[in-house]
Design a protein around this ligand. Structure first.
Ligand SMILES: Cc1cc2nc3c(=O)[nH]c(=O)nc-3n(C[C@H](O)[C@H](O)[C@H](O)COP(=O)(O)O)c2cc1C
Length: 335
C-alpha cells in the first residue's frame, strides 16, 4: 500500500454527523491530494449545518494527520476560507483545499496510536454509572486545549439528568420539524442489510433501537407524538440513556470556517484520548444545532459563552463495547 492508501484507509473511519461520510479526496501524486465536500451528503436542514460540515472536515483532516504521523509524515492542510454552499444549483462537490504530506519526525510516544482510529466509536448504549477516571478528563482537556478549546464537564447528578432530559426533548422537537425529520429519515437504516449495503447512515443497531420500532416511528411520527404513544417512544429512547455519570462540552472560537475546522480537529483528538482511556462518548449535536435548546443548555450549565461558543455537548462514561458502524470503501472516499 502506498502512503495515501494506508492513511486514507484508516482515516475513512472518521466520525461524521448521521454517518454521512461527506469528505472526498482526490490523490494528485505521492505527496499531494485535493480535499472536497460532497454537498449531497451534508445536513443543510439543520441550523449550523454548514458549520458542522467544516467541523466534520476538521475531524477528517485530524484522522488523516494521526494516520500520517504513524508513518513519520506530517499532513499539512491548506484549506480555503469559504463556507459550504449547499444552495448552489448544479454544484455537488465543493473544493475545500489541498492536503500535502511532508517528511516529519519519527512517530513518538506523544503521537496517538493510529489503532485508536479503529477503536473509537459513538456509544449510544446505556453506560455503567461509574465516574469517568479523572486522568481521562485531564488528558482530554489537555487535548482540547492544545487545539484552542476548553473542555468542561459535570458529574452533578441533577445537572446530568437535566442535560439528558434536554437532549431527549430536543430530539423529539427536531423530529417534529418536517425538513429535519426528512433529513434524519434519509440517513436512517432500519435493517442491517440496508446499513451494510449503503455502508453509511445511522443503523438501528448503532442507535440501540429495534429496526421496526425506529422505522415505524419515523414513518408515522404524528401518531407517536400523541399523548398515549409519545411517552412510549420517549421511554424507549430513555432506556438507552441509563447509567450516564457525566456530560461534557467544548467551548472556543466558532465563527469562521477555519474556526470550525480547528474545532473538528480538537474534537477528534479529544475523542481518541478518551478512547485510549476506555471512555465512550456520545455527541448531543442536536442540542447545539437547535437554537432554542442551545440557549436552554447554556443557561443550565451557566455557560455565558463570552470566551467562545459552547459548540459541542456529549455524554461520556464507561460500559459495554458499542457496535461498530459501517463505512463505505476506500474507493468511494477517493472516487
Ligand atoms: C460533529 C458531530 C456531531 C454529531 N452529532 C451527533 C448527535 O447529535 N447525535 C448522535 O447520536 N450522534 C452524533 N454524532 C455521532 C455520529 O452519528 C457518528 O460518529 C457516526 O454515526 C459514526 O459512528 P461512530 O462514531 O460509531 O463511528 C456526531 C458526530 C460528529 C462528528
Amino acid at each position: 500500500m502506498d502512503d495515501w492508501d494506508a492513511i486514507l484507509d484508516l482515516a475513512r473511519w472518521y466520525p461524521s454527523p448521521h454517518n454521512s461520510q461527506p469528505l472526498r479526496v482526490r490523490v494528485r501524486d505521492a505527496r499531494t491530494a485535493e480535499l472536497a465536500y460532497d454537498l449531497d451528503r451534508g445536513l443543510p436542514a439543520e441550523a449550523l449545518g454548514a458549520a458542522f460540515g467544516h467541523v466534520c472536515a476538521g475531524v477528517f483532516v485530524e484522522a488523516a494527520a494521526v494516520a500520517a504521523a504513524a508513518r513519520g509524515l506530517d499532513l499539512r492542510a491548506e484549506l480555503l476560507p469559504d463556507p459550504l454552499h449547499f444552495g448552489e444549483p448544479g454544484v455537488r462537490r465543493q473544493h475545500l483545499g489541498t492536503l500535502t504530506l511532508v517528511p516529519g519526525a519519527a512517530a513518538g510516544p506523544a503521537d496517538p496510536d493510529p489503532e485508536l482510529l479503529l477503536r473509537r466509536r459513538t456509544s449510544r448504549l446505556a453506560y455503567d454509572d461509574r465516574p469517568v477516571p479523572p486522568p481521562a478528563l485531564v488528558d482530554a482537556a489537555a487535548a482540547a486545549a492544545a487545539g484552542g478549546h476548553r473542555l468542561r464537564a459535570t458529574a452533578d447528578r441533577a445537572l446530568v439528568r437535566a442535560v439528558l432530559d434536554l437532549n431527549q426533548r430536543t430530539l423529539f422537537d427536531d423530529l417534529a420539524d418536517d425538513a429535519v425529520r426528512a433529513e434524519i429519515r434519509a440517513w436512517t437504516r432500519t435493517t442491517e442489510a440496508a446499513a451494510r449495503r449503503t455502508g453509511d447512515g445511522l443503523s438501528a443497531r448503532c442507535l440501540g433501537v429495534p429496526g421496526p420500532v425506529l422505522g415505524g416511528f419515523l414513518a408515522a411520527h404524528r401518531l407517536w407524538s400523541t399523548p398515549v404513544l409519545g411517552p412510549v417512544a420517549r421511554a424507549v429512547y430513555r432506556r438507552t440513556l441509563r447509567g450516564v455519570p457525566q456530560v461534557g462540552w467544548l467551548t472556543g472560537a466558532f465563527d469562521t470556517p477555519a474556526d470550525h475546522v480547528a474545532a473538528g480537529r480538537a474534537l477528534l483528538r479529544l475523542w481518541l484520548v478518551l478512547t485510549a482511556h476506555g471512555v465512550w462518548l456520545h455527541p448531543f449535536g442536536s442540542v447545539i444545532t437547535n437554537p432554542r435548546a442551545h440557549r436552554a443548555f447554556a443557561e443550565l450549565v451557566g455557560e455565558d459563552e463570552r470566551d467562545g461558543m459552547a459548540w459541542m455537548l456529549f455524554r461520556l462514561g464507561t460500559g459495554p463495547v458499542p457496535p461498530r458502524s459501517h463505512r463505505r470503501p476506500l474507493t468511494d472516499l477517493t472516487g
